[in-house]
Design a protein around this ligand. Structure first.
Ligand code: DX5
Ligand code: ZN
Length: 214
């Protein structure tokens, strides 16, 4: 069963509670945290995660697009994150490893993320220690960009690694996932799909979420 994690980056920030209610048939709520340094945009931070926590029973899937994510990993858990994913490009291998441990010490799920230019092998040092691997199919920073089909071989390669080394780990794809692109992600082995604009621009949001499940 494919899980859907709608990105609230495409929600109306003046009506976040209402817009989170609109995705109640989804599996996770994807929260994009950006620091203006790791990516050229600033979005949601700790106070917003804390504020939305009581508005939904769905797990909060928090995608940290910040440098040295270990500095804030525990605080995002305390704010209400259930899953915290961190970019392998955002710090040294040792510090990312420590950041994963901080998330686990809070009893939450940890994951690593790879940008489009980062090879599949970059997840290998962490694969046995994470509950999620996220493959970006756009350059991180903005919603509404075009899906990068050329990332599918990487999704397939990471699916093979996961099957061999940590089958319980979820494989998530993020960026440009829409009715014309989601099938390629599923075929390549993804089991969680993030979708921002494709969900929030839909006339019928529950129907769109159902469609994306395949
Ligand atoms: C991009 C974010 C994505 C984004 C996806 O940096 O990580 O989660 O919100 O938006 P769409 O689905 O519109 O590409
Ligand atoms: Zn994201």
């Amino acid at each position: 069963m494919i899980k859907i994690s709608p990105s609230i980056l495409s929600a109306d920030f003046a009506n976040l509670e209402r817009d989170i209610r609109k995705i109640s048939t989804a599996d996770y709520v994807h929260v994009d945290v950006m620091d203006g340094v790791f990516v050229p945009n600033i979005s949601i931070g700790l106070p917003v995660v804390k504020a939305i926590r009581p508005t939904t029973d769905l797990p909060l899937d928090v995608h940290l697009m910040i440098v040295q994510p270990g500095r804030y990993a525990a605080q995002f858990c305390d704010a209400g994150a259930d899953i915290v994913t961190m970019h392998v490009e955002a710090d040294t291998e040792e510090n990312i490893r420590e950041a994963i441990q901080k998330v686990h010490a809070k009893g939450k799920r940890a994951g690593v993320v790879v940008k489009p230019g980062t090879p599949a092998e970059a997840v290998l040092p962490f694969i046995k220690d994470v509950e999620m691997i996220l493959v970006m199919t756009v350059e991180p920073g903005f919603g509404g960009q075009s899906f990068m089909t050329d990332q599918m071989p990487k999704v397939r390669a990471i699916r093979e690694y996961i099957n061999a080394q940590n089958p319980a780990c979820e494989l998530e794809v993020d960026g440009g996932v829409a009715p014309d692109t989601f099938r390629a992600c599923i075929d390549a082995g993804a089991d969680v799909l993030v979708a921002g604009s494709a969900v929030y621009q839909a006339e019928d949001i529950p129907a769109r979420i159902q469609l994306l499940r395949g």
